[in-house]
Design a protein around this ligand. Structure first.
Ligand code: GCU
Length: 683
């Protein structure tokens, strides 16, 4: 389709610079695919589509080099001829099975660009990376690039229901058209796979964590099989959410007790049936004993019992279990932030080797800012998988423009001190800190059937950025912003520089106008859109915003120090001490860990009350600034995408003011202090 929003970061705009275009045209005379797998065929198609569009020329396709010069030769190691193999004496041992090598080589006196890897999927990743070089208008002289993903399981989690509603989805209905599957293959599935492969995402969990057992019936598995056939050539494995009580609901058993032999057999047979259809099925994602979902605790068993039972069923076929740690119960409500750690850390080392424990980035729930989850670093014998939310449940849905790689980077670069200084969360996740064998990162998808996939074109950057960080968790958010802007819109440096700054700042803006200084979970309840710090009447105390901010006439904030809930204790002593002492606690987490008097003096000399008010105002100012930056970008952007962002930014501006006014008015009844002069109530 011609719609630029639809085309994501694979725009393949024609290179306008004449000299540069000549350079590419000279260096690329033809394409030489090696091997005939579907993956290689898709790699060929992508090269042809992209190069003919970007370079304005048709390419010859050859099956041997003949006497030609300047071919793009692409295929896996096993398909390379001796001459090409010889040109890479020292490279293959540097990559893993999904890695790639892109290299300018000279064979029989002719120059070619070789794109290879140990597998065809590695080659496909190399092809996308090669195209990115041209999309970013970089030279392809003397190319030499070697790269491999640092994390093995790189999945999107779709919280998609079988009726095509999407839990916490803000970009239209689910892209999975269950009704027309398996026979009707929407071309969108292929574009989804291309987009994912282009950033290295290699797994998709098709269904909601609040699972429906029906997905495991033959009627649906047939449809899942059709999707997996579409995704396989792109290196994408399909996973499903497994409802723990499925043996009862669709299996006719009376129990789902993981110790029961019939239950174990039921899952073993179910796994077998799935693998007969989908030989490379990825495995199960499970939300158990959380927010009303069934789980092993219903039978007085624990997380290890449940996860290992499913792991045993999948093991013969090479599948994995991603067992979520997002649990909190109504029985101990002193501090929800402590519960996942308390429930899971004692089980370190007891999970089977094909289980990953999937942990949200913070201990509460995908807030605009949370300190890193204390489980990271605390379970050295258990593979922990990161779960980020790409969809913006608590960050203004897809209406608000927020660049999330900045948030992800902050979490990944946090130091757990688990093995001394430098024990970043990234090192926990990529397995390097304690040498775990299985590694993974999941992102809760923001994709729907809106024409531009994510509702707001800017939020495509969050899908893109998640993929880049899952490939390499040490990629900087600035690099991601720069790349994404060039691929998606324009290589003009004025444009890229201005918008990189805007994207990077957009994350701090949302923190400022929603939850500054460590405030959290004060959104309107249920939907989580807009402010609702006053809500206090929900049945479970920990669902109420007042539970989190604890504002009263003495002050505001959640005391998680030694004198309070003592959640700080779940961190390594070095980190715990830093958070515990109000003087060393970073300002952005102040009210996360401390209940602080309204007239407390902040490091900048302001009272706490003034500090909060000024932050809300700063957030509003930042959105205003985003609008003025975007307005200047009109010459660089097509009308449709320009207007999409412009209209959404103006809603965001209105709502940033709504947040500021609502929260300050509400909190002021406790602080009883006047607003600082620079807080603008007239706008
Ligand atoms: C949040 C969200 C739910 C979701 C849950 C989860 O609480 O509001 O919709 O199901 O997270 O991650 O399981």
């Amino acid at each position: 389709p011609k719609n630029k929003g639809y085309n994501l970061w694979l725009q393949y705009e024609t290179v306008n610079n004449v000299a540069l275009k000549k350079h590419y045209q000279n260096r690329i005379q033809g394409l030489m695919p090696l091997g005939d797998s579907q993956t290689i065929q898709y790699a060929y198609k992508e090269l042809e589509l992209a190069l003919s569009a970007m370079l304005d020329k048709a390419f010859i396709s050859v099956d041997n080099t003949k006497n030609l010069n300047n071919l793009v030769v692409f295929g896996s190691k096993s398909n390379l001829t001796k001459e090409f193999l010889k040109a890479l004496p020292n490279e293959f041992h540097k990559i893993n099975d999904e890695g790639f090598i892109i290299k300018a080589v000279s064979v029989k006196g002719k120059n070619h660009i070789l794109i290879t890897g140990k597998t065809d999927v590695g080659v496909l990743y190399g092809v996308f990376r090669f195209l990115r070089v041209i999309q970013m208008h970089r030279s392809i002289e003397n190319l030499s690039m070697i790269d491999s993903p640092a994390i093995q399981v790189r999945t999107l989690n779709h919280w998609d229901n079988l009726d095509r509603t999407v839990e916490r989805g803000y970009a239209g209905s689910s892209i999975w058209d269950w009704h027309r599957l398996p026979d009707y293959i929407d071309s969108r599935y292929i574009d989804y796979a291309r987009a994912n492969a282009s950033v290295g995402i290699n797994g998709t969990v098709l269904t909601n964590v609040n699972a429906n057992a029906l997905i495991l019936t033959d009627q649906y598995l047939e449809k899942v099989e059709a999707l997996s056939n579409v995704f396989r050539p792109f290196g994408i494995k399909v996973y499903l959410t497994a409802r723990f009580s499925a043996p009862i609901e669709i299996g006719g058993l009376e129990t789902a007790d993981p110790y029961n032999e019939d239950v174990k057999n039921w899952w073993a047979n179910k796994a077998k049936a799935i693998y007969e259809r989908i030989p490379d099925f990825g495995g199960f994602l499970v939300k158990a004993n959380s927010e009303g979902q069934p789980g092993p605790q219903n039978y007085n068993r624990n997380h290890v019992d449940g996860a290992n039972m499913l792991a045993n069923a999948l093991k013969p076929f090479g599948g994995i279990v991603m067992w979520r740690a997002f649990v909190y119960s109504e029985h101990d409500v002193t501090d929800r932030a402590k519960q996942a750690y308390s429930e899971f850390v004692p089980y370190d080392g007891q999970f089977k080797d094909n289980v990953l424990v999937q942990v949200k980035n913070g201990a509460i729930d995908f807030q605009p800012r949370e300190p890193f989850h204390p489980m990271f670093g605390a379970m050295p014998k258990t593979p922990l998988m990161m779960e980020f939310q790409i969809t913006q449940e608590y960050l203004g849905f897809s209406t608000h423009t927020v660049f999330l790689p900045k948030l992800y980077e902050e979490v990944l670069q946090s130091d757990t001190y688990a093995q001394g200084k430098g024990s970043t969360v990234a090192k926990v996740i990529d397995g390097s800190l304690s040498d775990v064998k299985l590694t993974g990162m999941a992102g809760v998808s923001n994709i729907g059937s809106d024409i531009n996939w994510t509702g707001n074109v800017f939020l495509q950057a969050n899908w893109y950025g998640f993929g880049r960080l899952a490939w390499n968790p040490n990629t900087s958010s600035k690099t991601i912003a720069d790349e994404w802007l060039r691929l998606t819109f324009s290589n003009n440096n004025n444009f890229v520089d201005a918008l990189t700054t805007m994207l990077i700042e957009s994350r701090e803006a949302v923190v400022n106008y929603m939850t500054p200084l460590g405030l959290h979970h004060i959104m309107g309840t249920g939907h989580h859109y807009g402010p609702g710090p006053w809500v206090s009447n929900l049945s479970r105390p920990e669902w109420n915003p007042v539970y989190y901010h604890k504002a009263d006439e003495h002050g505001i904030g959640f005391n998680r120090t030694h004198s309070g809930s003592n959640a700080v204790e779940q961190y390594e002593p070095k980190v715990a001490n830093m958070f515990n002492d109000v003087n060393s606690c970073p300002g952005e987490f102040l009210l996360w860990f401390h209940h602080v008097p309204w007239d407390y003096k902040l490091k900048n000399g302001e009272t706490l009350w003034n500090g909060i008010a000024l932050k809300y105002q700063e957030g509003v100012n930042q959105v205003k600034n985003m609008i003025s930056i975007w307005d200047k970008m009109k010459p660089y952007v097509d009308e449709e995408r320009f207007n999409n962002v412009k209209m959404l930014l103006s809603i965001q501006f209105k709502e940033a003011k709504w947040w500021r006014d609502a929260c300050l008015l509400y909190f002021q009844q406790f602080s009883k202090m006047p607003l600082p002069k620079t807080v603008d109530k007239t706008e």
